[in-house]
Design a protein around this ligand. Sequence first.
Ligand code: VAH
Length: 312
Amino acid sequence: RVLVTGAAGQIGSALVPALREAYGEAEVLATDLHPPAADTGPFAVLDCTDGRAVAAQVAAHRPTVVFHLAALLSAVGERKPQTAFEVNLGGLFTLLEVARESRFAVFTPSSIAAFGPSTPRDGTPQDTLQRPTTMYGVTKVAGELLCDYYHTRYGVDTRGVRYPGIISDSPPGGGTTDYAVEIFFAAVEEGRYTSFLKRGTQLDMMYMPDAVRAAMEVMEADSARLVHRNAFNVTAMQLTPERLGDAIRRHLPDFELDFDPDPLRQSIADSWPNRLDDSAAREEWDWRPQFDLDAMTDDLLRRIRERVGARR
Ligand code: VAH
């Protein structure tokens, strides 16, 4: 039985349907601060910072694994750092305390944001220096350490991956990599996009179906093979805004891209690596991305055109 927090967010919107497909709708309880627009299966309102409420939902649903996605992302977290700390770290601590008693496994996403300007940027190793300069990154590093602690000290089965930017047809949630989602919708709806990150800003990226599969596969992995647990580097491609624009133009030749860098999100992106080394995930649980830039662009434009077309 599965419980998902932050189920209405960018990852949750894709992960919940995939979990229900794999395990059965009744087995997967989606939770978030607010109900979803459409009735899409078992749902409960849940504030992850409320320990009694978390314990009550766990007692009622009796999950064997919790995918803990509730968090404020990097850019919104810099606008509300105290809330980001309370939700990202306080919510995780609250969940781990319930897991210590109820013995469910915990998936928590970390991020390339767990690295900082002093981290080696090209081929960023699985084990390396982590001095992030955002509150989001601080909560991600601390979250990795907290999950390791609850595994070592209490035997909680905690696991996670460090996600790159994730590109999806589900709306993004206030991150620095959101341009890579917005650009596709803008290309279909307006034929042009102004990037808030400057030309040449290279970041690791991944298409949502790969991100969902990474979460499910790391939780299904043979724990005897795991040397690492809570922060596997995973990546699929390295993109710049202009590389994305070129791929879109292979489908929409008139697409126009220009640049108007946002200082906050540009400074955040500049503090992150250029390319992760994900060999540990490949060796310990056979991680392999399936979507490259062209396969993602082809699939995502088709999905968005269907969705936009349906609206017209
Ligand atoms: C963000 N999408 O931009 C998230 C993610 C690596 C980026 O953590 O904050």
